[in-house]
Design a protein around this ligand. Structure first.
Ligand SMILES: [Zn+2]
Length: 378
C-alpha cells in the first residue's frame, strides 16, 4: 500500500521536481559528460583495517588509477575525485557521505562511483559486489533495514529515520526510478569485468540505503571491489597489478556506460552551443506580441534553447536533466536543426528572467525568437 501511495505521489509530483544541477553539462560537440569517483572513508576513518592495510588507502589508489586511465581512454570526460588524500569531509560519517554526494551534484555528475572494499567475519567469503539504490520495500526488508540494522552505520541510512512522505524522499524516489535501470547495467558490468580478473562476483545488490547514493542527483553505484577478510582477495587488491586491473575493469565499465548513454540518448549528434549567436536572432517589436498567461505556449515569441541536435530526441531524454519533459522542439536550420527549447515568452526580457536559472544546468543556453514552431533568424 505504501508503495502504491508513493507511486501515485511520484506521478503527481514528478513534473514539479525542481532541477538541482548546478553546473553546465555542455560542450562544443555534445553535452559535457562528468564522472565523479568517490574513494570511501579517509582520515579519521580508515574504513576496514586488516593488519596494516587500510581500506581508505586501497580505494584511493584505485580511484587515482581510474582517473589516469580515463584521461587517455576518454579525454573529453570530466573526472573528479571526492578526495585526493587521506582525509574525509566531515567528522560525522553520515554528513561526510552526504557531502560527497553534494560534491558530485555540484559538478553535475552523470555518474558517481563509490569505491570500497568489504570485510566480514567469515574468511571464506570473497568477491566483488556492486550496490544500487532501491527503495523497494521487499528488498529493504530482505536486507534488514526494517530491523534497524544500519541505524548507526554512517555509510547507510535507516528507512525508519526517513520521512517517506516528505518532498525530499519523493524526489529521491523519483530519481531512483529514473536512474535505477542504468545504474544496474553499470553495476552488472563492473561485476562482470572484475570477475574476469579471477575475483569472485557476488553480483548486483540493493536494499541497503547507502547515504552517498541516496543524496546523489545523477546515476550512482557503489562498488565493493573484494573482501579484505579473504586472504586471496586481500593479496590481489593490495598488489599493484591487482589495483591496476581492477581500475581497468571499472574504467572499461565507465567507458561503455557513457557510450551507451550517448547511443540511447540519441543516435545522432547533439550540440548545446549556439551555431547562431543570440545577437543574430531577429528581435521584433515587443508590442506586436501579446502577453501570455504563465502556462500558455505562444504561437510566436521567445524561448530558451538548451540543446540542438542532428535528429529528433525524445523530450523525456536523459540529457535534458531537470528539464526532461519540459522542453519542446522548435525547428531551425543547419546541421543541428532540431532545437530543444524551454518556455514561451512574449518578450526577450521575460525570457531573460528564467535564463540564469536554465544556465545553471545548460551553461550555453540562450534566448531564441520563434514563429510557428520554427526559430526565426535574420
Ligand atoms: Zn567502505
Amino acid at each position: 500500500m505504501r508503495n502504491l501511495i508513493i507511486t501515485l505521489l511520484v506521478m503527481l509530483l514528478a513534473p514539479m521536481v525542481a532541477n538541482a544541477h548546478h553546473v553546465a553539462n555542455v560542450a562544443e560537440d555534445g553535452p559535457k559528460r562528468v564522472v565523479v569517483l568517490d574513494p570511501g572513508h579517509g582520515n579519521p576513518r580508515p574504513g576496514k583495517v586488516v593488519g596494516k592495510v587500510r581500506e581508505a588507502d586501497i580505494v584511493l589508489d584505485i580511484s587515482k588509477e581510474i582517473r589516469r586511465q580515463l584521461a587517455s581512454k576518454m579525454p573529453d570526460l570530466d573526472v573528479y575525485l571526492t578526495r585526493h588524500s587521506d582525509s574525509s569531509y566531515h567528522a560525522n560519517q553520515n554528513t561526510d557521505n552526504r557531502m560527497r554526494a553534494e560534491f558530485a551534484n555540484s559538478k553535475g555528475a552523470d555518474l558517481t562511483i563509490g569505491i570500497h572494499a568489504n570485510a566480514i567475519g567469515n574468511a571464506n567469503v570473497n568477491g566483488c559486489e556492486a550496490w544500487v539504490l532501491s527503495l523497494d520495500d521487499a528488498l529493504m526488508e530482505q536486507n534488514g533495514n526494517r530491523a534497524n540494522l544500519f541505524a548507526d552505520d554512517g555509510d547507510a541510512l535507516n528507512i525508519n529515520d526517513l520521512d517517506t512522505k516528505s518532498m525530499g524522499f519523493i524526489k529521491v524516489l523519483t530519481r531512483q526510478l529514473d536512474n535505477e535501470p542504468r545504474n544496474r547495467m553499470f553495476a552488472q558490468q563492473c561485476c562482470d569485468n572484475i570477475k574476469k580478473l579471477g575475483l569472485g562476483s557476488l553480483g548486483v545488490k540493493s536494499g541497503k540505503i547507502w547515504t552517498m547514493l541516496y543524496y546523489l542527483e545523477g546515476h550512482g553505484v557503489l562498488v565493493e571491489i573484494g573482501y579484505m577478510t579473504n586472504a586471496k582477495d586481500l593479496a590481489y587488491i593490495t598488489s599493484d597489478k591487482g589495483k591496476k586491473e581492477i581500475a581497468t575493469a571499472i574504467t572499461t565499465s565507465i567507458v561503455s556506460f557513457f557510450n551507451s548513454l550517448d547511443a540511447i540518448s540519441s543516435d545522432c549528434g547533439t550540440n548545446a552551443v549556439a551555431e547562431q549567436s543570440a545577437n543574430e536572432v531577429a528581435t521584433p517589436d515587443a508590442a506586436e506580441v501579446a502577453t501570455p498567461d504563465a502556462t500558455e505556449i505562444l504561437e510566436k515569441g521567445y524561448a530558451i534553447q538548451l540543446i540542438s541536435s542532428t535528429c529528433e530526441v525524445d523530450t523525456m531524454d536523459y540529457q535534458f536533466k531537470g528539464y526532461k519533459g519540459r522542453v519542446r522542439l522548435l525547428m531551425g536550420t543547419g546541421k543541428y536543426k532540431y532545437k530543444y527549447c524551454y518556455g514561451s515568452y512574449a518578450t526577450r526580457d521575460a525570457a531573460k528572467q528564467d535564463l540564469a536559472e536554465v544556465q545553471k544546468t545548460f551553461k550555453d543556453a540562450y534566448i531564441v525568437y520563434y514563429e510557428d514552431k520554427s526559430i526565426v533568424t535574420k
